[in-house]
Design a protein. Structure first.
Length: 170
């Protein structure tokens, strides 16, 4: 079993790269947030509102501990790397790729996204502070950092695929 975890800030390209990497490496792809929504039978904003952030973070850790015993690609939620236990689980069970995008690129992708409640309820400056705070955790979690600035999705995916195959010894 070999998992590939994609970490990074919201809008960094984890889902887009994950889907394409799945095709390239012929491995199933899962979006962690989507899987949690299916499991909990409610949307993430509802979980936060009804149970609080601590409960949601606990669910993320349980997901990492218990999700499918198969080789697969998983795009994680933007806050998953903030928990040391989550970092340990990901690093012990697979390869962690950090999708490192600039805040300017991320802002262009997320600023009008109505499916991200935090974007609607926060200022650009608040999101940039959160981005800055989380970057060191993403770097700590990562086996490999993939710079996405000025690269097309195809280039990022091919590079990620090369790194996965290289580290798997293929």
């Amino acid at each position: 079993m070999y998992k590939v975890y994609l970490v990074g800030f919201m809008g960094s390209g984890k889902s887009a790269v994950g889907r394409r990497l799945s095709y390239l490496l012929k491995m199933p792809y899962y979006d962690m947030d989507h899987e949690i929504v299916k499991q909990q039978k409610r949307k993430i904003p509802e979980i936060f509102e009804q149970e609080g952030e601590a409960y949601f973070r606990k669910i993320e850790t349980e997901f990492l501990q218990n999700f499918r015993n198969e080789s697969c690609i998983i795009s994680t939620g933007g806050g998953v790397a903030m928990n040391e236990k989550n970092i340990q689980i990901m690093r012990a069970t697979g390869l962690v790729l950090y999708m490192d995008a600039t805040f300017a690129d991320i802002w262009m992708r997320i600023k009008n996204d109505t499916n991200r409640p935090i974007v609607q309820s926060s200022s650009k400056e608040e999101l940039e502070q959160l981005y800055a705070k989380r970057r060191r955790f993403y770097k700590k979690a990562a086996h490999i950092t993939i710079l996405t600035e000025n690269r097309q999705l195809r280039q990022i995916t091919e590079y990620a695929g090369y790194q996965v195959n290289r580290l798997k010894g293929e």
